[in-house]
Design a binder for this molecule. Structure first.
Ligand code: COA
Length: 415
């Protein structure tokens, strides 16, 4: 079966996490992703957080599957000429260098446009235009400047960064959408364009509910679904809300059987309004159904702590999986806190292709994520990450280089 992005050729200058997540996604959709790496070194993550000596790290292998690897010294004059040819024949150049690096290499937007007016040049940067546009940025910095850290954690503790890589992988997703949108527009205009996804912007986009809350707070001084209500002060900026639900249905994390020894014996419980009567019956508090203090979502808001404490008395007597099974029978929204160990061995995630085991020639079998977006006409087959420069000769031959030319490029240190 064909793939959605068959025929799209991507020059992948990405490294570390944000850019590679973008190009990996495009490769899963069928694009030919040619990862261009520094000669003899490659993407720095190949050697970071290694668990097996001399084998590409999981950091690298889990972000670069389905790609081909080419080594090319883009600062070498021969290497620059190779790059020119590749730019002429590719559809998209993706990069997440520090600001200005592409220009210092001699391949700014104007030059690329001269070489190939159809080329889409897509970049991840830490910040968009403004006072910080020249700064280097990593994941946690993006979480801090995008509003996630100040709104994550508990009120009596410091700001907290989340394990979900919303700055890197989140921005990679945004960039991928920008690229396919630009490819779509090129169908009509015949022209390439610049695509920019700034990490601060991406995090803020994912945190928009907190910008919503800032405006609510400015107007009313209170947010009744936050744990600060009704007894604590709110201050003038959106406070950290612990595990309170970000939406209109109150939720909290509750202890389950075994919580004393298992750090993940918890369940997220949503006291959704349409199933309130069922919740009351299940936990043995039928009297709350007719009690005006609990009868409506608004009347319950000042009592949320007491309500969740009462529900927790019920969940604490069941494992998180038993609780989930019973609650789902009553259509009560909930979710067990799954550890990475539990997720790694989850059979249904393997069956759906969301977790995939692949074979690597140096490290052996490893687990990686599959495509989280499933297209019925463009199924994803996850393949292992490439070794450094594994496809240099193959790719250069496709771009018209003879074996002799490839040999002299190697002698010149360009590949
Ligand atoms: N051949 C020759 N030189 C190459 C090359 C190649 N194939 N590939 C990269 N380089 C050079 C670049 O031209 C650059 O050189 P210069 O500084 O002399 O211009 C150099 O390698 C390093 O690039 P840089 O991006 O500055 O790497 P860094 O390790 O100093 O910074 C980041 C890393 C992630 C902080 C930075 O790239 C960045 O801020 N990126 C944008 C935001 C981002 O994506 N952050 C998240 C990362 S997960």
């Amino acid at each position: 079966m064909g793939k959605a992005l068959d025929g799209v050729r991507i020059l992948d200058f990405t490294h570390v996490q944000s850019g590679p997540t973008c190009t990996q996604l495009l490769a899963w959709f069928g694009a030919d992703v040619i990862k261009v790496e520094r000669v003899g070194a490659g993407d720095i993550t190949r050697e970071q957080l290694r668990d097996i000596p001399d084998a590409d790290s999981l950091y690298f292998t889990m972000l670069n599957g389905n790609k081909r690897s080419v080594t090319l010294d883009t600062k070498n004059p021969h290497g620059k000429r190779v790059l020119e040819r590749m730019i002429r024949d590719c559809d998209v150049l993706v990069e997440n260098f520090a600001p200005g690096a592409l220009e210092r290499m001699g391949f700014g937007w104007e030059r690329i446009q001269t070489l190939n007016p159809r080329m889409i040049v897509a970049s991840v940067k830490g910040f968009g235009p403004g006072p910080y546009e020249d700064c280097k940025v990593y994941e946690n910095v993006a979480q801090c400047v995008g509003g996630a850290a100040s709104t994550t954690g508990f009120d009596d503790g410091p700001p907290v960064v989340t394990g979900a890589q919303i700055g890197d992988s989140g921005t990679g997703l945004h960039l991928a959408l920008g690229i396919v949108t630009a490819l779509f527009q090129r169908e009509h205009t015949g022209r390439g364009q610049k695509v920019l996804a700034a990490m601060q912007d991406g995090v803020l986009n994912l945190c928009r509910v907190k910008l919503r809350d800032q405006q609510r707070l400015d107007r009313t001084g209170v947010m009744k679904e936050y744990p600060q209500y009704p007894n604590d002060d709110f201050g003038d900026a959106v406070p950290r809300a612990g595990n309170a639900s970000g939406g209109g249905q109150p939720g909290w994390i509750l202890k389950c059987k075994g919580w004393e020894t298992d750090p993940n014996a918890y369940i997220y419980f949503i006291a959704q309004a349409p199933v309130w009567e069922r919740i009351c019956k299940l936990i043995g508090r039928e009297e709350w159904i007719g009690d005006p203090r609990y009868a409506t979502p608004n009347s319950r808001l000042p009592h949320l702590k007491e309500i969740f404490a009462e529900i927790e008395r019920w969940t604490m007597n069941r494992t998180k999986f038993d609780a989930m099974a019973v609650l789902n029978r009553y259509d009560i929204p909930c979710g067990p806190i799954l550890s990475m160990k539990e997720i790694a061995s989850d059979e249904s995630l393997r069956t759906s292709g969301t977790i995939v085991e692949v074979e690597h020639p140096v490290r052996g079998k490893y687990l990686t994520v599959g495509n989280p977006i499933k297209l019925s006409d463009s199924p994803t087959e996850v393949t292992r990450s490439p070794l450094l420069g594994e496809h240099t000769d193959e790719v250069l031959a496709e771009f018209g280089y003879s074996n002799d030319e490839i040999r002299s490029l190697r002698v010149a240190g360009a590949i």
